[in-house]
Design a protein. Sequence first.
Length: 244
Amino acid sequence: MAKGFVYLVAIMDWHSRYVLAWRLSITMETDFCVEALEDALHRFGRPDIFNTDQGAQFTAAAFTGALAARGVQIGMGRGAWLDWLPQETILFNGARLYRTFDIHVADGARLLAIDAVLLGRRAMGEHTPYVHLRDRWRVWNGDDLVFADEVRLDQSLVAGAALLNGSGAYASALYVGDDHAERASIVRNLIEAGRDHVQGGASAFGGKLFCRMLARDGFSLRKVLIPIMQALRDGEPLPRLWTI
């Protein structure tokens, strides 16, 4: 081509250095990367671990989702920084969801993972006569399990004070990094400043910061969750889906 660029993505086997699949594109969209990944998985099967750089194409939900759907572990090497910021999960009218989040984080890597759940959207007329959720998180450092969280949610627990106490939305945020203790006070101050919108708390221990918040609805939750994400990303712009 006379002007512009052509972009190449290649899926390789670490051991043999054999190119399993490749694609070319004149744009840096995610689609051609996912297409190459799906081709490699279809032809050569599921790997145990998949490694990439931190390009937006490889951390996009479409790419990581294709790996997660097959139970492939996503690895983070030393010095890497991964933001896992999917849009809210919406449960209503008999929804059932089982999912697992497993990630291996090397020393010196940083991870920010957000999980926000809406129990129906009142403005859309969605209700939760029955919902069923199993949400399992595991974070590893080498062979050491450094974080484990498991949420079991059904209609009886939605109404119970021990879990959601009738709240219409909740969010969990996990930050793994050497500076977790310093960031904890920032997150606690943001939660305290947002007491009109959320109830919640944050704990920092063992190289990680974890917080969970309850809110009346998704709008109220976003009013506090978005500033927390911005603070934990050092003020970097959030994906456009995280706007009010």
